[in-house]
Design a protein around this ligand. Structure first.
Ligand SMILES: *Cc1c(COP(=O)(O)O)cnc(C)c1O
Length: 427
């Protein structure tokens, strides 16, 4: 017997199918598209209603004028509200994180800004971990305060004690509406304890405005970290990175309960930050190989990190797989990560000059920001991705002058080592 829901079969007999087995077909019915095996790109701005009654019913649901009836799905109206390529993609994305619902956006920043603007109001406080992605940092420290939203940060390097102290101070200020964390932190790979953030949110929650925990899961998710399972309310992605995985598309997502995603999609409709059908189609293509790619990238990164540790010109390697018993991060890693991922940072002997010489001599590995693609990339966080953070703050966050961040792709391990080795020899 085959169990089916309206999205297609999810199990065979009593065997629940794994997400990687469902990525090629889930949520798409070929009979609705001339039998095409793959979903077409629905390059259309608007959709024809079968009848005026249908149009009325679709709008009632879309605008929340009445409760959705059991089994009633939102009819297709207009591509700012819904489009098959986005809906199928969203249904597939939910499977990895076991989320009730997902919303996709035209960028990771679109997902983050739309989500925080859905929940934060004047007088609310947002607490966030540092370092966070540069765009997020700017949004939180420069833009949200202009709307009367207080923002406070804590350093991931300070561990759970720093987060607890900052949460207490933030709650003293007023309504702590959101704890926003990025883990592993970029570029230092420090881990922030998701379950500890959830416990702090419960402790400081105001029943009228509960404290939500939002996690940017771009670095390890959705294959190696699933924050919703640890109690987080919202998970955010830059799909541009591992999920897109080929450095050819910009996109983002927010996942959570049906109720939360309904709220986030409400803002998305009016901010107009949804993704287009081409983006949806490209990401569906990417999702089919997501697990293969991330598994290979994580395995190779682990080997690269082991190789770097033994190199005489490398003074320190930052890799979650190297945490040992006794490190605060080790215990967090055991509880919340399934693997260490494909991002490795390291320090060279000789400061910025040494890092630049190394970067300028790479050939197979490309000198570029961004990460998570099939090709390996390297960059210098201090003067590139994190250059707008003052040097003294960078040092406090653990970003050194000689730090290089490497995003490991799917190339052959020995070829990568050949490139790293000759570039290190030039230092
Ligand atoms: C890239 C990135 C973002 C922003 O995503 P865009 O798709 O570039 O808008 C947010 N968070 C993290 C961790 C990122 O790496």
């Amino acid at each position: 017997m085959t169990k089916k829901d309206r999205y297609g079969a999810r199990s065979i007999g009593d065997r629940e199918l794994r997400p990687e087995s469902l990525m090629m077909s889930y949520g798409y019915r070929p009979s609705l598209s001339e039998g095409a095996l793959k979903s077409p790109i629905f390059q259309t701005s608007t959709f024809v209603f079968d009848s005026a009654e249908d149009g009325k019913a679709f709008f009632e649901v879309a605008y929340g004028l009445r409760e959705q009836e059991a089994g009633e799905s939102l009819g297709l109206i207009y591509s700012r509200l819904n489009n098959p390529d986005l809906e199928i993609l969203e249904d597939r994305l939910t499977l990895w994180d076991d989320a009730e619902a997902a919303a996709v956006f035209e960028s990771g920043m679109g997902a983050i800004s739309t989500t925080v603007m859905t929940y934060l109001r004047p007088g609310h406080t947002l607490l966030y971990s540092e370092p966070v992605y540069g765009g997020t940092q700017y949004l939180f420290s420069e833009i949200l305060p202009q709307f009367g939203i207080e923002t406070r940060s804590f350093r991931a390097v300070g561990g759970t004690a720093a987060m607890r102290e900052a949460a207490r101070e933030a709650a003293d200020d007023g309504t702590l509406r959101m704890i926003y964390i990025e883990t592993p932190a970029n570029p230092t790979n420090h881990l922030v304890d998701i379950e500890a953030a959830v416990a702090l949110a419960k402790e400081h929650s105001d029943p009228a405005n509960p404290t939500l925990v939002a996690v940017d899961n771009t670095f390890l998710g959705p294959i190696f970290q699933n924050p919703l399972q640890l109690g987080a309310d919202l998970v955010l992605y830059s799909l541009t990175k591992y999920v897109g995985g080929h450095s050819d598309v910009i996109a983002g997502a927010c996942l959570g309960s049906a109720e939360r995603i309904h709220e986030v999609k409400g803002s998305r409709t009016f901010f107009g930050s949804m993704a287009g059908p081409w983006t949806g189609w490209l990401l569906m293509r990417s999702l089919e190989t997501l697990k293969l790619r991330m598994t290979r990238q994580s395995e190779t990164a682990g080997r690269v990190a082991d190789w770097l540790v033994r190199h005489p010109k490398v003074t320190r390697v930052y890799y979650p797989g190297h945490l040992g018993e006794g490190d605060e991060g080790y215990e967090i890693f055991q509880r919340q990560c399934l693997a260490a991922g494909g991002m490795v940072s390291f320090d060279l002997d000789g400061g910025e000059a040494a890092a630049f010489r190394f970067l300028n001599h790479l050939t197979l590995v490309k000198l570029a920001v961004s990460l998570g693609g099939t090709e390996s990339l390297a960059q210098h966080p201090g003067t590139m991705t994190h250059s707008d953070i003052p040097a003294a703050d960078q040092r406090e966050m653990g970003i050194t002058e000689s730090m290089v961040r490497l995003s490991v792709g799917v190339e052959d391990f020995d070829d990568l080592v050949a490139d790293l080795s000759q570039a290190l020899a030039a230092v």
